[in-house]
Design a protein around this ligand. Structure first.
Ligand code: MG
Length: 262
């Protein structure tokens, strides 16, 4: 389950490249684009510019380079030519990239144009919840510490945490052990060890935490139709704390001060 230093170096490279994909998206005006057009732009960039592979293509029979999850879609939204991003939407773009045999996984929820305050607050709280989880990562901490930190922040802000989907170990395979739940009890679960690499990717809903899968077999929506947001990073447990392999340049310093290792 733990990675060797040479593997961590390769994963860091995959993570750095994936961060640059979000740099491209940050520079793009998404309003007016279809989610399929966003997918195609991202796929061309990964293949042509980064000489890498969109790892989701072909995985579980999936045909696209990303998942695009708009508004009440929780995760696994499928890009479509008929789904055009409009002012006021929020959209999570979830992308995996393989380079030199190793995979990185990250997602970000974008605000399309002017978004109402309630949506903005949900997106902000979800981003903060992910970072609360990331800051709980250090050798000797437990998986339950991560879930607890995320769930507590969600609850304090009046949101629910989706329980049907979780973070995951990652490496040569997109989904490896362990499962990283976004809820839990502190001091419980698997102890973290240096060299472990996994994703933290909380999904927060304005309403209840129940979800359902649409008839396409992919798209997961909130059961009550409420808005949902998500952020994701791939992280590695280091000797003294955490390294965020998919960290974007605008996030430098986000891991914050950490207590010394017990
Ligand atoms: Mg993931």
């Amino acid at each position: 389950m733990t990675k060797q230093p040479h593997e961590l170096a390769l994963m860091a490279e995959a993570g750095r490249l994936l961060a640059s994909v979000f740099g491209l998206l940050d520079r793009t005006t998404l309003a007016g684009m279809s989610t399929l057009a966003v997918n195609d732009m991202v796929e061309r960039y990964i293949v042509d510019e980064l000489k890498a592979r969109p790892a989701s293509k072909g995985q579980y029979g999936y045909a696209f380079a990303l998942n695009s999850s708009v508004n009440e879609v929780v995760c696994h939204g499928v890009p479509s030519a008929s789904e055009v991003l409009r002012e006021g939407d929020i959209v999570n773009l979830d992308i995996t990239l393989e380079k030199n045999g190793y995979i990185a996984d990250s997602s970000k929820t974008y605000l399309i144009g002017e978004v109402d305050l309630a949506a903005k607050k949900l997106v902000q709280a979800t981003y903060e919840a992910m970072w609360k989880g990331i800051r709980a990562v250090r050798p000797g901490a437990r998986l339950g510490d991560i879930g607890w930190a995320i769930e507590r922040h969600a609850r304090r802000n009046g949101y629910s945490v989706v329980r049907d989907y979780c973070g995951h170990g990652i490496g040569r395979e997109m989904h490896e052990e362990p499962q990283v739940l976004h809820f839990g009890k502190p001091g419980t679960g698997l102890p973290l060890r240096e060299g472990m690499v996994f994703t933290i990717e909380p999904m927060l809903n304005r309403g209840g935490r129940s979800v359902k899968t649409e008839a396409d077999g992919w798209t997961v929506v909130t059961r009550d139709g409420s808005l949902s947001a998500q952020f994701e990073h791939t992280v590695a447990v280091t000797a003294s704390g955490v390294s965020v392999l998919t960290l974007r340049p605008d996030e430098a310093g986000m891991t914050g001060a950490r207590r010394p290792v017990a």
